[in-house]
Design a protein around this ligand. Sequence first.
Ligand code: 3PG
Ligand code: CO
Length: 555
Amino acid sequence: GFSWKLADHPKLPKGKILGMVVLDGWGEANPDQYNCIHVADTPTMDSLKKGAPEKWRLVKAHGSAVGLPTEDDMGNSEVGHNALGAGRIYAQGAKLVDFALDSGKIYEGEGFKYIKECFETGTLHLIGLLSDGGVHSRIDQLQLLLKGASENGAKRIRVHILTDGRDVLDGSSVGFVETLENDLAKLREKGVDAQIASGGGRMYVTMDRYENDWEVVKRGWDAQVLGEAPHKFRSAVEAVKKLREDTKASDQYIPPFVIVDENGKPVGPIVDGDAVVTFNFRADRMVMIAKSLEYEDFDKFDRVRFPKIHYAGMLQYDGELKLPNHYLVSPPEIERTSGEYLVHNGVRTFACSETVKFGHVTFFWNGNRSGYFDPSMEEYVEIPSDSGITFNVKPKMKAVEIAEKARDAILSRKFHQVRVNLPNGDMVGHTGDIEATIVACKAADEAVKIILDAIEQVGGIYVVTADHGNAEDMVKRNKSGQPLLDKTGKIQILTSHTLQPVPIAIGGPGLAAGVRFRNDVPGGGLANVAATVMNLHGYEAPSDYEPTLIEVIDN
Ligand code: 3PG
Ligand code: CO
């Protein structure tokens, strides 16, 4: 029968204190002026690199190595932390939705049947991120869903768009809105009353995460549900163009707007009897809107009106909370994660980050599961993030605070694993502000130093790695790697993640002599890290985990 008991590692001892550091958005790329990690002063990470190849190497963090559909899919924090924690590669949301749409199975599922019950008399609302970024959603999936829903009886459809500019180039929102408008026009030709009803930039409207700022969700609610927003337009293309121009907002921060008819009335508020689908597959930035659409009892903001709707997520966003109750595609069933095994084997764990990445080292790490496996064995600490600012304004973020919490946890000797995420490279990288990102990388490096010093003091072990690239490349490039210029001759800033591999380093006074990276897993990726960490805690990994990256040679 199944047992949580892990076999003892034949050579490695138990009981060492292990510091597990995940640098968010920290990839490896050619050193040039757009590589902020290279430009920044990062002595700690530089010294770890000198341990190559025995104590430092690169691992894959994108594409199939983390369960994404193609090798053109950049990595992201969800799939990266899932792989780091689960030790196996699961077909992720993007891929599962592709399967369901291509096979048509999505229309046979319980979730679709549930929303279909409203098609006769109600409107179908689709809310989500409009881009081809492939991190939270994909426009081609929305296009297929629009077609499929209309073929399956939806007569009135309203799309509530969230503009991107974070997983794709800033300014690309206009093109995506044009594409969608085209599709909706075709549907109208077929007699479906289909329109865009509202919109706003993803970082300002709807897509907050980990309860950092409910105002963001409220702005979306007002536009999507109540049909109220500070800006009103007859067309969404015009809205996006004009708001970018007039308010100087980037795609990520376009203020909320509603589309109105010739009488100035909003074309698509959400009312009793309507169906609503949030079409993002990724969970973190959908949980809050899902709660506001689903929960009868709700006190995060005044909803004014709570319409009786049939609501489904593209996926179920939280398996523990069963949120939402209805969904079109079943999420990956990530089970038996390394965190759960280790807790069952007596490994005490501490995890910490600031709000914007807190769920990454807890929820994503634990296979999209919220809460503790065993509260007597674990402690998770969230440091409140600054809210209401873009992080280029405060690029050091809470790196020092996170590192000091980790240091204290290490020095307390109460935990065997102390795990953190340092957000700077990613969160500041996403702003596209190169100067600020350089400051961010230095701050993250200093935080690593604080943690490694503590590990040194307790005779422990460290593992330092990252979840995907971002800060190491801040410019859009052509196929041969040359920076691309826009019409005005300026470089095109890359706000998104990258396809780059990420470093992993091991070390510390507690690392047994003879431990080194093997050279027979050259294609290793983030999913190989879990077995590696289990070994360093003194255990063999379960046999279905991706192989460990380390070996122990006898001296
Ligand atoms: C975001 O949600 O901020 C970006 O789309 C992806 O960034 P993350 O995967 O690093 O969270
Ligand atoms: Co990111």
